[in-house]
Ligand binder design. Structure first.
Ligand code: PMV
Ligand code: SF4
Length: 403
């Protein structure tokens, strides 16, 4: 692949071992995927943070890189870690795990990466503009960036995104190119969507389309326009059951007009109420959750507000975590939502989630989720059962005389 003179210098070690190593990774990726050269990026989002998923080998690699003086050159944010960085002991996170986790986050911090630890960076300031190139690795965030923001990123692995952040560029192929953004499946949805339907739809379509680009047409006349929360749930599920990095939605997402030019030639998938109900049923492996865990992807302030409103003056009979970023929690604290949720017996948990936290070692057995992505991953990544439903049905409220 073609490298500029500056990139050649990076590759040959003129800027030190961290840049050299990173450039080697980018060139290797570019060669594998047939990139013609590099493209400059405006931000990075780096996965591979939880000690649960990267282990000691990951920690050593990051500490070595930090010691070699690696520094990111574009605004970069981190994916969720395995613990709440501030409330670890109170929430019962295992101490040994927490110790290792803090070392991982510290290594990233030394490299200049914001330790915001969230999978919804687009809710807290990492918001690339239409047409801009980025290197993001959290699959749900990749789907959001490409589809809703119209930014351009491949589904980077953790090391690929980190290398891109250090070098300020990424190999130019796939979703960076116009031809990578053309739809290849028309999905006509005949039924109105609400709540957890968006996740169920994403799960169903992801299974069909694999690593393709679905184009959604919402046919029901009573359909309310999906907004940020619905689109993040849809994209997360699409990216977890398939390898989707981009979808278009008619009249909603920014590149649908361009995509529309291609739809007449496409295969069509029709989705009915029955299809969605069957998918919703299949995603549950149990009943009656002992921990309800919301916020996959991490909750917005609006989502926390809805739960707080429902819990006002009530007591929960099962445990509740609402996962979010430190930034959204700060706003929830100020608004009094956190206090209301805590008064009811629940927690607003930062920096982590039901998939990357070691919840299997924390005494929980059945996890209630309203996210199809979480329903898909909790059994495989935590070995626990899940109940997939609307959050209103998952939380149990104590009767006035109940202990
Ligand atoms: C499951 C996931 O959301 C979080 C765990 O990934 P990691 O530990 O950040 O590599 C990753 C993904 O879907 O890209
Ligand atoms: S599993 Fe869900 S909550 Fe956890 S990091 Fe991934 S998208 Fe976020």
């Amino acid at each position: 692949m073609y490298l500029t003179r500056e990139e050649e210098k990076m590759y040959s070690g003129e800027y030190g071992p961290a840049v050299e190593k990173s450039m080697e990774i980018l060139v290797a990726l570019g060669d594998i995927y047939g990139a013609d050269g590099m493209v400059e990026i405006v931000s990075a989002q780096i996965a591979g943070v939880s000690y649960k998923t990267i282990g000691d080998a990951g920690l050593e690699y990051l500490e070595e890189l930090a010691k070699e003086g690696a520094q990111v050159v574009v605004p970069s944010t981190l994916n969720p870690a395995g613990v709440d960085l501030d409330q670890g002991p109170e929430l019962g996170f295992p101490p040994e795990f927490t110790k290792k986790q803090l070392l991982i986050v510290e290594a990233y911090r030394k490299m200049g990466i914001s330790t915001t630890c969230t999978c919804t960076p687009y809710l807290v300031g990492n918001v690339p503009l239409l047409g801009s190139h980025v290197a993001w690795s959290e699959s749900s965030a990749v789907c959001y960036a490409n589809s809703v923001l119209g930014a351009r990123t491949n589904r980077e692995g953790g090391p690929g995104a980190l290398s891109a952040a250090i070098c300020g560029r990424t190999p130019n192929y796939g979703y960076h190119l116009d031809q990578g953004r053309v739809p290849n499946l028309m999905v006509e949805v005949e039924t109105p969507l609400k709540g957890a339907d968006y996740g169920a739809l994403g799960y169903l379509v992801g299974k069909n389309v694999g690593n393709g680009v679905p184009y959604f047409r919402l046919l029901d006349k009573t359909q309310i326009k999906p907004q940020v929360n619905q689109l993040k749930a849809l994209g997360a599920a699409l990216a977890s059951s398939g390898a989707v990095a981009l979808y278009h939605m008619e009249n909603i997402t920014p590149e649908y007009v361009e995509a529309l030019k291609h739809v007449n030639a496409l295969d069509k998938l029709t989705v009915t109420r029955e299809d969605l109900n069957n998918t919703r049923e299949k995603l549950s492996t149990s009943q009656k959750p002992d921990l309800v865990c919301l916020g996959c992807p991490h909750s917005s302030l609006e989502e926390i507000k809805e739960v707080a409103n429902e819990l006002e003056g009530k007591q929960l009979a099962n445990q509740l975590w609402i996962c979010t970023s430190i930034s959204i929690k700060a706003a929830a604290d100020r608004m009094g939502y956190t206090q209301t949720i805590e008064n009811a017996g629940g927690h607003v948990v930062c920096d982590t989630c039901m998939v990357v936290a070691p919840i299997e070692d924390m005494g929980f057995k059945v996890i209630g989720v309203n996210s199809a992505k979480a329903a898909n991953y909790v059994p495989s990544m935590c070995g626990l059962d899940v109940v997939f439903d609307e959050w209103e049905n998952l939380i149990a409220i104590k009767k006035p005389d109940q202990k």
